[in-house]
Design a binder for this molecule. Structure first.
Ligand SMILES: Cc1cc2nc3c(=O)[nH]c(=O)nc-3n(C[C@H](O)[C@H](O)[C@H](O)COP(=O)(O)O)c2cc1C
Length: 210
């Protein structure tokens, strides 16, 4: 079965980011795709400590194992599509989302790109400024991991919980992104990309300086 996992970086579990994610996932579910959401925001999530243990262990995990990041990595690596969502906090993603990007990103690099060729896209809830930059922070995670980004991210405008429900254009974009993602996932399910050779772990970060 085709699976999509969404990760919500907002501490407001039922806030605007969550609403945008739900609108995207509804379209995927309508097309028979299984979805799940992990609410990461508001939880104690460590930042990357630069210990480089992921490059030593290469066990598809971060050594920091007392928060939700390893669960996210596991769910992301078994999904066919990934949606990252964050409100704009000081013109960028929330600290929980940034911690996920850094740690999941390095674990992926250490294990030969765990998310390669999966579909990825992002959604952002914004009051006024910083939406593009916030979306870019998440899109760059997909690009660095050699994932497929199918078009622009979804931006919803609002401040208080529920405000994005009034942003007709934002909701239409969410619907469109969900439909396009479903179409592509169903197509790739019927016509899978050629099997990829197992990747060598990315050595760029651990190469000794001459
Ligand atoms: C700490 C903090 C920083 C914020 N920074 C910005 C900002 O730079 N630009 C902006 O437009 N909105 C900013 N906001 C507003 C939120 O992005 C906005 O309320 C959003 O809808 C919240 O989404 P949520 O309900 O999913 O948490 C900020 C909110 C908080 C709490």
């Amino acid at each position: 079965m085709i699976k999509v996992i969404a990760i919500n970086g907002s501490p407001r579990k039922d806030g605007n980011t969550s609403i945008l994610i739900r609108h995207i996932l509804k379209e995927l579910e309508n097309e028979g795709i299984r979805t799940g959401t992990i609410h990461l925001g508001g939880k104690k999530i460590h930042g990357c400590t630069s210990c480089m243990k992921c490059f030593e262990n290469r066990d598809r995990k971060c050594v920091i194992d007392d928060d939700l990041v390893n669960t996210c990595i596991e769910k992301m690596s078994t999904a066919d599509g990934i949606i990252l969502g964050s409100p704009v906090y000081f013109l960028d993603v929330t600290s929980e989302m940034k911690a996920l990007i850094d740690r999941a990103g390095f674990v992926s690099f250490a294990n030969g790109l765990l998310f390669k060729n999966k579909l990825g896209n992002a959604t952002v809830a914004v009051r006024r400024a910083g939406a593009s930059r916030t979306a870019d922070s998440m899109l760059h995670f997909f690009l660095a991991n050699e994932m497929i980004v199918h078009g622009l991210p979804v931006i919803g405008i609002g401040r208080d919980i529920g405000d994005v429900e009034k942003d007709e254009e934002g909701l239409a974009r969410a619907k469109n992104l969900g439909q396009t993602m479903a179409q592509l996932l169903n197509h790739l399910d019927q016509h899978p990309l050629p099997a990829l050779k197992p990747e060598q772990a990315d050595e760029r970060m651990t190469k000794k300086k001459k």
